[in-house]
Write a protein that binds this ligand. Structure first.
Ligand SMILES: NC(=O)c1ccc[n+]([C@@H]2O[C@H](COP(=O)([O-])OP(=O)(O)OC[C@H]3O[C@@H](n4cnc5c(N)ncnc54)[C@H](OP(=O)(O)O)[C@@H]3O)[C@@H](O)[C@H]2O)c1
Length: 330
C-alpha cells in the first residue's frame, strides 16, 4: 500500500475552541513506531472531549497547534517494529492523537478489530463512549437489577449506550435530554424521560422514586445539573459517578457531605481507568464484546460530516443540538 508523505487534517490553532480548527492539506503523515500501527482513517469519532481539548480544559491535552481528534477507525496500512497479529488490510478502531486526518497512528495493543460485518464507522463508540458508560454503570456504579439509575445526556453518544446497557441489566431508567430528543431515548427503553434543562430535575426524580431518590446517577452534565444530581441520589447508599463537566465546573463541600448529601461520589476518567486499573478495564472490554455478541450493543449509526465540516460538527455538539454519535470522514 502506498502511503503519501502529506495529508489533509484538521489542525487546532488556539485554545479559543473548535472555531479555530483549520483544514490543512500539508500535514505530515506520521510513521508507526515500535508497537504502533498506521491506519488510513475511514471515519473519526467526534467526542465531547474534543471540545474540552479545543478550549484547553482537557487535563494533559495537547498544546496548539495540534492535529485534532483522538478516536479513529480504518484500515491498517503499515505496522511498526514488534507488532504481531495485525497485518495491513485489517480493519481496526482505537484511540491516538490526530484522528481528524487521513492517516493516524494507534498503539497496536489498544486497537480493537471492527466487529465482523460492521462498517468501520459503525464501530465508533466502542473504544470511548461504550466503555465509559459500562464502567460508570458496573465497576464504578455497582448497578444491580431492580435499582433505579438516572442517566443524563441520554440521547448522546455515551448516554444512548448507557440506557441500553442499564435496561439490559434490569434497572429502571430515568433519563434526561433536551426537548426534541425524548422520543429517541424512549425508543431505547428508558422508563421516564425528563427535560435536562428543567429547574425541577431533582424534584421530578424524587417524585418518580416515592421520595427515595436514584440508586445511581450517571453525572456528565456539570454546572447546575451537578447540584440536581446530588439532590436526586438516594441518601446513604446512592452513588453519583461523575465523568463529564459539559455545563462547567461545580463543587460539593465536606459540610454538604456530612449534613446534606450523605452519598457516594465517584470520579471516572477512562484514560486513568485504562492506565491505573487495567484489570478492571479488561473486564469492561470483555463484557462489551459479550454485549456486542448478544446484540445488546448494535452497530452504531453516526451522523457523518465531511472532514472540512469538523468545526460545524463540534459547534453543533457544543450547542446540545445533536443526537447520538457524530463522525468525520476524511
Ligand atoms: N470521563 C471520561 O473518560 C469520559 C469519556 C467519554 C465521555 N465523557 C463525557 O460524557 C459526556 C457525553 O459525551 P459524548 O461525547 O457522548 O457527548 P454527547 O452526550 O453526545 O453530547 C453531550 C450532551 O451533553 C448534554 N449537555 C448537558 N449540559 C450541557 C452543556 N451545558 N453544554 C453542552 N452539552 C450539555 C447535552 O444533551 P441534552 O441537551 O440532551 O441534555 C449534549 O447533547 C461528556 O460530558 C463527556 O465529557 C467522559
Amino acid at each position: 500500500m502506498t502511503v503519501p508523505a502529506t495529508m489533509r487534517a484538521l489542525q487546532q490553532t488556539s485554545w479559543n475552541g473548535p472555531q479555530d480548527l483549520r483544514l490543512i492539506t500539508d500535514a505530515q503523515v506520521p510513521s508507526p513506531g515500535p508497537g504502533e500501527i498506521l491506519i488510513r482513517v475511514t471515519a473519526a469519532g467526534v467526542n465531547f472531549a474534543d471540545i474540552d481539548q479545543a478550549h484547553g480544559r482537557f487535563a494533559g491535552g495537547p498544546q496548539p497547534p495540534y492535529l485534532a481528534g483522538f478516536e479513529g477507525a480504518g484500515v491498517v496500512v503499515a505496522v511498526g517494529e514488534g507488532v504481531a497479529g495485525l497485518e495491513p488490510g485489517a480493519h481496526v478502531i482505537g484511540v491516538g492523537g490526530g484522528a481528524f486526518a487521513e492517516y493516524m497512528v494507534l498503539y497496536a495493543g489498544g486497537a480493537l478489530p471492527v466487529p465482523a460485518g460492521w462498517a468501520d464507522e459503525q464501530a465508533l463508540g466502542m473504544v470511548v463512549n461504550w466503555p465509559t458508560a459500562l464502567a460508570a454503570l458496573k465497576p464504578q456504579g455497582h448497578l444491580t437489577a431492580g435499582q433505579t439509575v438516572l442517566i443524563h445526556a441520554a440521547a448522546g453518544g455515551t448516554g444512548q449506550a448507557a440506557v441500553k446497557m442499564a435496561k439490559h441489566y434490569g434497572a429502571r431508567v430515568i433519563a434526561t435530554a433536551s426537548p426534541g430528543k425524548h422520543e429517541v431515548v424512549r425508543a431505547l427503553g428508558a422508563d421516564h424521560v425528563l427535560d435536562s434543562r428543567s429547574a425541577d430535575l431533582a424534584a421530578d426524580v424524587l417524585r418518580l422514586t416515592d421520595g427515595a431518590g436514584a440508586d445511581l446517577v450517571l453525572e456528565s452534565g456539570g454546572g447546575v445539573t451537578f447540584a440536581a444530581s446530588l439532590a436526586a441520589a438516594k441518601q446513604v447508599t446512592g452513588r453519583v459517578v461523575v465523568y463529564g463537566v459539559a455545563g462547567g465546573e461545580a463543587a460539593i463541600t465536606n459540610w454538604e457531605l456530612v449534613y446534606k448529601h450523605q452519598i457516594h461520589i465517584i470520579g471516572l476518567n477512562l484514560g486513568t481507568l485504562i492506565q491505573a486499573a487495567p484489570h478492571i478495564f479488561g473486564e469492561v472490554t470483555e463484557e462489551l464484546s459479550a454485549l456486542i455478541s448478544a446484540g445488546v450493543l448494535t452497530p452504531g449509526q453516526p451522523t457523518m460530516y465531511e472532514l472540512g465540516d469538523g468545526p460545524k460538527a463540534l459547534a453543533t455538539l457544543a450547542a446540545r443540538a445533536t443526537i447520538g454519535k457524530l463522525a468525520l470522514v476524511p
